[in-house]
Design a protein around this ligand. Structure first.
Ligand code: ANZ
Ligand code: ZN
Length: 818
């Protein structure tokens, strides 16, 4: 018998598959298209980790099945290589990021190829290739042309470690940078922004059009944060000045005992400039307070654990509905950018307002019945009291009626507010796409002409961040100083670069025409490739992690919608279906990390057990969307599973038909594996095949050749090499025909039920016989009992003894108690 040496057979088939160009997707095929996508990796110095391999193996199995089902499958791979990790690594190792990226890509590719993934390598892309980022820059110019890319002074999140500004999405709830864990600070700085807020409603609504896991949909909904409310204008006493607030609870308006402005509010700035014709007190305190709150982060300001701070302006405003005169305060728990940057203070029914009122001894008024507001705010709904003509109405009714009253009297109007803010799109870093803009003293900020794209990133010896908030590109005068594209006068290039999310906004489109990216005479690549874009989009299944849900997944949906509006893509959503994978932890149950010494390198597993074992193990280790710890014993077990298949295919295959019982087991397995693969239940699919192997081993005659091939066909997506090797050993074809080109086997539903079942016969709990009983008689205890009594082996025990009781467990055991 031949022995199973995966390290011999695997490279052989990988080479053959590549020669045969088996996994090339065909743009012109008449088979139905199927586009499967995994999040392309950032090629890190550490190489591939077993988390990558798990996710890609799963999608590989899925893609292979789709091919076998007759689909024209596109399963591509590329490199997301700009950004902080490459740059930080380069700085640490003192190697240029360009060199680092090139080396890492080579290593990644070698590793991936050793796993036998069915990627279409002819479509490989690299976001740091100027031929690629030319189009990343082109998309930016489109945004600018449509008024959706703009510069503004905004409070930004500054990471003191990475020395760059970050988008809100890159800052975690505790205020730290998601990449490096450093606590970020708020700074005001002129930045480029993309107007994602203009798409907020569509990004929210269109979640209905796609099939995403619930958790992901909810995370995006919350991040977008739509609030339906009303803006209400309060007049400053003895003046024409109006201050608007945003509230979602107009029903509580009679409970308003103050109005609180954010320190950034324009009225506060006016007060401080002393331009208002009103009497001032507290000016010094207000100024000091505003200065102090500038230093605080948003997290600090809004934290529920921190004591509220504020300062009185000494001024009063009038509640337009109740006509109450109420004090005007400044408090930094109110945010400048949200709503109207001002709130009506309702301490009886809002927790934050309650704390503010307690701290500064402001009145607490109960207007909704439901709790004891002297002790704690009541935030629920209820019946209105102390609310004039609205008394006795429910919160819901009152909210409607008060809104109507306010609108009719022109005191305000309904409005929708979103939590999401425009996307801060500039970074003060070297390793990114230059933003293709030019600043001219005369003409202002001008876009680079399309014909001058790409704006190539110059090769710098010194690329470390300056730390001043200026990009390291700003000191490269030959690059910075250019002619203005409009007046030809002296001008300077924009020196900020794009965030590391820019390249992944459209990479799923780049795969579709990857071979054309290098064409130097390329006109508008999107226009010229409309046919392939229409053919392949949307992505049928996109598989990735949970961690980029409000980053890449949201950003790329936004950019795709924008491209849809430019008539570049045929539909409003890029990904029809999203599936997610869990994380693979180290054998000790902790996150894999060099410092814990618990990192599993896929190379080591492949070297010892082969790629098929690694793939089978990672599918089998647990439910795909759950976080699972690595287990070496599990790897051993999967290796043994493959070895048994190897042996059985040499020792237990027959020229004649498969027995009815084994045939039933095979048909059940085909059915289950097919359904499980569809549902991303990879672990139970493998378990079903393991169960089948037991049945096969226990069967005297074994599998027929035709049935062996059917089994190999369902094994092939999971263990592509061993199934190919065994298949070829049985193949009589003179021309090469791969198992991966076989049709996905049908199951015979008539054969799903076994027609005979083994019943264990016990006497006093001891096994004495195994009987074959027809499936149709399993429910018939007297039939089973009679058969058992007639068996010679059983007879010997029952003769001349009295049977006291017979216990029958249907379809399994019959026990005679004597
Ligand atoms: C009065 C009120 C009474 C409120 C009450 C709530 C309960 P969401 O749902 O998150 O949109 N708010 C408005 N603008 C704010 C700002 N710039 N900074 C901080 N808070 C602000 O929350 C809407 C509520 O958040 C608004 O409704 C307002 O407080 C507060 F019993 O107004 B409410
Ligand atoms: Zn100019």
């Amino acid at each position: 018998m031949k022995k199973y040496f995966p390290t011999e057979i695997e490279p052989k088939w990988q080479k053959k598959w590549e020669e045969e160009k088996m996994y090339r997707a065909d743009d012109k095929s008449d088979k139905p298209k199927f586009y499967t996508l995994i999040e392309f990796p950032y090629p890190s110095g550490a190489g591939l980790h077993v988390g990558h391999t798990r996710s890609w193996s799963a999608m590989d199995a899925y893609s292979r099945k789709k091919r076998m089902e007759g689909k024209n499958v596109l399963y591509p791979m590329g490199w997301d290589a700009f950004g902080l990790p490459a740059e930080n690594y380069a700085i640490k190792m003192k190697i240029h990021p360009k060199t680092v990226v090139a080396e890492n890509i080579l290593n990644f590719k070698r590793q991936i190829k050793s796993l036998g993934m069915s990627f279409d390598w002819s479509r490989e892309i690299d976001t740091t290739d100027p031929h690629y980022y030319k189009w990343t820059q082109w998309i930016f110019l489109k945004f600018f042309e449509k008024g959706l890319a703009y510069q503004a002074d905004v409070p930004v999140n500054w990471c003191p470690f990475c020395k760059t500004n970050l988008a809100d999405e890159e800052v975690l709830a505790d205020g730290t940078h998601e990449r490096c864990g450093t606590l970020t600070e708020k700074r005001m700085q002129k930045q480029w922004l993309l107007a994602i807020t203009k798409y907020a409603d569509r990004l929210l609504e269109d979640l209905r059009k796609v099939d995403y896991p619930n958790k992901i949909r909810v995370q995006q909904e919350n991040w977008i944060g739509k609030s339906q409310g009303i803006e209400i204008n309060f007049k400053l006493k003895e003046s024409d000045i109006e201050v608007a607030v945003f509230t979602t609870r107009p029903d509580t308006i009679y409970g308003t005992t103050g109005l609180v402005l954010a320190p950034e509010h324009p009225l506060v700035l006016q007060i401080l400039s002393e331009k208002l014709k009103i009497k001032y007190e507290n000016l010094k305190e207000i100024r000091e307070y505003v200065e102090r709150s500038k230093k605080k982060s948003e997290i600090e300001r809004t934290s529920l654990d921190k004591a509220k701070t504020g300062v009185s302006t000494g001024l009063f405003v009038i509640n337009p509905v109740s006509n109450d005169e109420i004090p005007l305060w400044v408090g930094d728990y109110v945010l400048g950018w949200y709503g109207k940057g001002a709130v009506m203070l309702v301490p009886g029914h809002d927790k934050r307002d309650y704390e503010f009122a307690k701290k500064f001894d402001l009145e607490i008024r109960e207007v909704i019945k439901g709790g004891d507001v002297k002790k704690q705010p009541y935030e629920g709904d209820g019946v209105l009291i102390n609310s004039g003509e609205f008394n006795g109405q429910s919160s819901k009714e009152a909210a409607k009626n008060i809104t109507k009253y306010i609108e009719e009297h022109h005191f305000g109007k309904t409005m929708v507010q979103y939590k999401i803010r425009d996307w801060v799109f500039s970074r003060q870093h070297y390793w990114g796409e230059p933003i293709p803009m030019i600043h001219c003293e005369k003409c202002g900020t001008q876009p680079v002409l399309e014909k001058d794209l790409p704006v190539e990133l110059p090769y710098l010896e010194k690329y470390e961040p300056s730390g001043t908030g200026e990009s390291p590109l700003s000191v490269v005068s030959q690059w910075v100083n250019v002619k203005c594209p409009k007046c030809q006068g002296k001008a300077k290039r924009e020196t900020d670069t794009m965030p590391n999310w820019a390249g992944s906004n459209w990479y799923y489109l780049a795969y579709l025409f990857a071979s054309k990216l290098k064409n130097p005479n390329q006109e508008n690549i999107f226009e010229e490739n409309q046919d392939v874009i229409k053919h392949w989009m949307p992505v049928d299944v996109y598989q990735g992690g949970f961690e980029h849900t409000t980053l890449h997944l949201l950003y790329s949906r936004f950019v795709y919608k924008f491209l849809y509006d430019q008539k570049i893509v045929p539909n409003p959503e890029p990904y029809a279906k999203r599936r997610v994978h869990g994380i693979v932890l180290g054998p000790d149950g902790r996150k894999m990390s060099k410092s814990f010494g618990n990192v599993i390198n896929p190379d080591d597993i492949v070297k010892v057990y082969g790629a098929d074992t690694l793939r089978i193990y990672e599918m089998f280790m647990g439910p795909f969307d759950q976080t699972i710890a690595w287990n070496d014993n599990g790897v051993e077990g999967c290796f043994r599973f493959l070895k048994r298949i190897w042996q059985l295919s040499q020792s237990n295959v027959s020229e004649t038909a498969t027995s009815r019982t084994l045939s039933a087991s095979l048909n059940q397995t085909i059915k289950k594996v097919g359904q499980d693969l569809e549902d991303f239940k990879f672990n139970t699919a493998v378990a079903a095949m393991m169960q089948f192997i037991n049945d096969w081993q226990g069967d005297e005659k074994g599998l027929s050749k035709a049935d062996l091939i059917r089994f190999l066909a369902i094994l092939a997506p999971f263990a592509p090499h061993i199934s190919e090797e065994i298949y070829q050993s049985f193949s009589k074809n003179s021309e090469f025909h791969s198992i991966h080109m076989e049709e996905w086997p049908e199951f015979d539903s008539r054969l799903l039920v076994k027609d005979e079942v083994v019943i264990v016969v016990q006497v006093n709990g001891k096994v004495r016989e195994n009987l074959l009983i027809p499936s149709s008689e399993l429910k018939n205890q007297s039939y089973v009992e009679e058969k058992a009594r007639k068996s010679d082996k059983v007879k010997a025990y029952l003769d001349a003894r009295q049977v006291r009781k017979v216990v029958y467990i249907e379809g399994k055991i019959i026990n005679f108690v004597i």
